[in-house]
Ligand binder design. Sequence first.
Ligand SMILES: [Mn+2]
Length: 315
Amino acid sequence: MTGHTKFDFIGDIHGHADVLKKLLTKLGYYKEQGIYLHPTRQAFFVGDFIDRGPEVSETLEIVKNMVDAGFALAVMGNHEYNFIQLHTRSVDDPSEWARSHDKRDQAKTTFQAFDGKKEELEMYINWFKTLPIYFETDYFRVVHAQWDARSIEKINKYCYSDNECDCSGLLNEEHFGHREGEVHDAIEILLKGYELKLPDGIKFQDKYDKKTYREEMRVKWWLRGINLNHQDVADNGIDLPSEFGNQKYEHKAYQVYEVGQVPVFFGHYWLPPDQLGLMQKNICCLDFSIAKGGVLTAYRYNGERELSGDNFVFV
Ligand SMILES: [Mn+2]
């Protein structure tokens, strides 16, 4: 597999199997013995297969079948990670779950999809655990939310390593049970993206869950430069009070993704459909909010060091 570069990176699906099938067809994949394949290319899913959408079970079937047959690769999304944690005991307090069951609501459509199908559900949870947290070759990198070299270094201490393949970032089973600590913090950055704590009294409504108010904001980690302020890096069009917004933003929590590094592909950031996913010539976001009336997006990659806006395919 090393050296092979013909990949179609596919963004967050969130249970929209019908759209996924249309996208795969548009990309030239076809079904053989029930599994989508392409004669010369592989798909690469950037995570978040479950939750929100209506066809979670069919989405998982398509994706897992492709991965099992070698026609696709995949990394873990925060929704798969959260789902594993909803079913894992906390390491610190075994009377609790690693993710509080108060937060089950986010996974509503996934629970519905597997209502009365306990064995199938367990099979998928075990499969989620085999998905790498990040993936890299000499040509490209993939992570669900944010590529941060320091966080990757941290989780490497807790990963299985297998020098036989390009794939890294497979977490040891025991590390799914953490609610805090080094592994947990690193996973938060890689799968959910760094979030900046807002000053006391400033909060905003969650984009998806209108009942939730957030006191931390996602940042545009793909921006570079020393003259950025908080408003510049505020993701999701959040309007910050000017006093805080105009303050200089200090890059401390993560490493900036530099010019000249290999292209990195990710999802997670709910871009509006009219925005181009090329954040930089080597940084490509593939999440265009399919779960909120947007589009499902792929990037057709052929090994180029500088990515091109012409290579996006939408459905
Ligand atoms: Mn996500």
